[in-house]
Ligand binder design. Structure first.
Ligand code: 5GP
Ligand code: MG
Ligand code: MG
Length: 179
């Protein structure tokens, strides 16, 4: 598995350092708000787990799964809810936790859904951001690392459902995509 990686972009330590920074900001901003923290499955599951440990205010959490890429490395533009939230969002302060924002399509769809359900406020935290690839106007309120136009795997992020369990983030050797 590790031999499929061409280059490590962010080590475990670098990722944890960034999450601590994000956690500090979020702890300040969500003080007294009892936010509902929503993990966008599956990619954000590790980020979510590490992030909430660094948010030092009372909060609740829930999970949502949406389809985006299937087995490809590009967005189909079609977003579908595979698993919905267990709790209502009406009147709640929402924090959406995303692994990465690429085209922005998934997130703009999610924000739309939560707005229609009358969330009080909606904020977004994304560990990775690829602003160059945006097709809709959308910026996360809290962002970790900015990435060039490259497809990354690891730390929850997959290629064809593999590599999610890598503790770091890297790019795959090109031959992995072509075989
Ligand atoms: P978007 O809708 O913004 O184009 O992409 C949303 C989802 O596509 C992300 O939450 C993530 O699951 C997946 N995605 C986008 N870029 C990458 C990438 O570089 N690597 C991986 N593994 N998934 C990505
Ligand atoms: Mg995602
Ligand atoms: Mg994926």
């Amino acid at each position: 598995m590790y031999s499929d990686i061409q280059e490590v972009l962010f080590s475990e330590e670098q990722i944890q350092e960034k999450i601590k920074e994000l956690g500090e900001k979020l702890s300040n901003d969500f003080e007294g708000k009892n936010p509902l923290v929503i993990c966008v499955l599956k990619g954000a599951f590790i980020f979510m787990a590490d992030l909430v440990k660094q948010i030092r205010v009372p909060l609740e959490l829930d999970f949502m799964a949406v389809s985006s890429y299937g087995q490809s490395t590009k967005s189909s533009g079609v977003v579908k809810i595979i698993k919905d939230l267990d709790v209502p969002v009406e009147g709640r302060h929402i924090l959406i936790v995303e692994d990465i924002i690429d085209s922005g399509l998934t997130l703009s769809y999610l924000i739309d859904v939560l707005e229609r359900r009358n969330a009080k406020t909606i904020s977004v935290v994304a560990l990775f951001n690829k602003p160059a690839r945006r097709t809709v106007e959308l910026e996360p309120d809290y962002a970790g690392y900015v990435l060039p136009d490259e497809f990354i795997v690891g730390y929850g992020l997959d290629y064809a459902e593999k590599y999610r369990n890598l503790p770091f983030v890297g790019i795959l050797k090109p031959e992995i995509y072509t075989t």
